[in-house]
Design a protein around this ligand. Sequence first.
Ligand SMILES: *[C@@H]1O[C@H](CO)[C@@H](O)[C@H](O)[C@H]1NC(C)=O
Length: 504
Amino acid sequence: MTIFRNGANSSISLIFYLISCCVILNFCRFCEIVEAGNNPNYRDALAKSILFFQGQRSGRLPPSPAQQITWRANSGLLDGQPAHVDLTGGYYDAGDNVKFNFPMAFTTTMLSWGAMEYAGKLGPQLPETRAAIRWATDYLLKCAGATPGKLYVGVGDPNADHRCWIRPEDMDSSNPARSVYSVSPSNPGSDVAGETAAALAAASIVFRKVDAPYARLLLKTARNVMQFALNYRGSYSDSLGSAVCPFYCSYSGYTDELLWGAAWLFRATNDVYYVNVVRSLGSNDGTDIFSWDNKYAGARVLLARRNLVDKNKTFEDFRQRAEEFMCRILPNSPSSTTQYTAGGLMWKLGQSNLQYVTSITFLLTTYSKYMATSKNSFYCGNQLQVTHRTLRSLAKKQVDYILGENPMKMSYMVGYGANYPQRIHHRGSSLPSLRVRPQPFGCEAGFQPFYYTPNPNPNILTGAVVGGPNQNDFYSDDRTDFSHSEPATYINAAIVGPLAFFAS
Ligand SMILES: *[C@@H]1O[C@H](CO)[C@@H](O)[C@H](O)[C@H]1NC(C)=O
């Protein structure tokens, strides 16, 4: 089959030949083979992208088969103890063993957005997605409800954690320290509270039809947390300092989270109060990014839906803001501020670039869906007319790149395709599991034999999307190069929706 590797021309002519055969012979199984050969297996990637979250679980795990990633076991069972509260559960954010609520809440919001927007397309993966959301919301509810007047926003001292290379299962309460962090009226955190409110409100929509009492609890808590974010304004980066910075510092400030939180509460409640909040925050920032830190673009797309899908004219300005955002992303737009690699990958920032690709791709597919519903199109400048197909095609290019259509011919999702990252920057994946080595590792004991080794990781973190290639489309598959080889919950959370979109 070397003919396929001889360059684009031979495979294109082969495809043309096969398509002609299809037309001439009307032999449709042939067409299916051609299609299957061209497209990645989105269904497989979708199932894996959700399975990944099981590998990030903290707390007491259910027995298998509910827990399919079997090299993981219970961990962080004393989380919350320093504050005499139960803060077990939730997710480790990436390749370390810390529970950072700011990115965890964003992860939850994006998973929930995917679950509601693509509910029909998720098919058998819808219950799995709900389970992934609930693993986070059960924990976030504890964080919001454990102590009146406080919102817990993280467990685990990140500086201490980063000095160790150990399995989550080996952590006790002191090494590395499982410190507990919170915000309160005297130490506010409108960013982390706004995002937590967004997550709880979005999740309440997901659970409305399947578990109404749970949905009501989520929504009631979301309202309270949002009120706290609005009443006591301030950034958690100021309140908590080195416990959250530079890891998940709120660089973009907290106005975007207030906007995002209010937009989600409006979506969940239809309460005009939240529209007034949105209006009071202003709306012109010229953003060209979307991430766990910066949510302006997401809020605009969400609010533009009121105009596009619900036909409410009072939201026209949000449609315009959303279109401006798309024009900053599209490669041929005169107002584009977005770079692309030679291989066609959207290029934003060197530190885990794929997180921006998946988050922005979510906005592309979702806005494409809204535009298709409303038969809307718009212009970037005088020349470029943008239809739902324009956005869909850019989104497809990004998803396909991640799944292997790239110069390295490699999938950036672990366990998907024939060639994928083997040395991800992830403690649990890179250390022998409890089953293989029951004795605990000390804090630093994992570095020499397992972190610095060129050997592949022993445990497959199925579905994990890594930080990705560099600006030259090159990937070194090096465990110590965390900017490229580390997976994160928010990279995956944003790709679930687009994978569902293309899988159907
Ligand atoms: C449009 O949205 C506003 C809230 O901003 C609401 O008051 C109004 O009733 C809506 N109009 C329609 C036609 O639904």
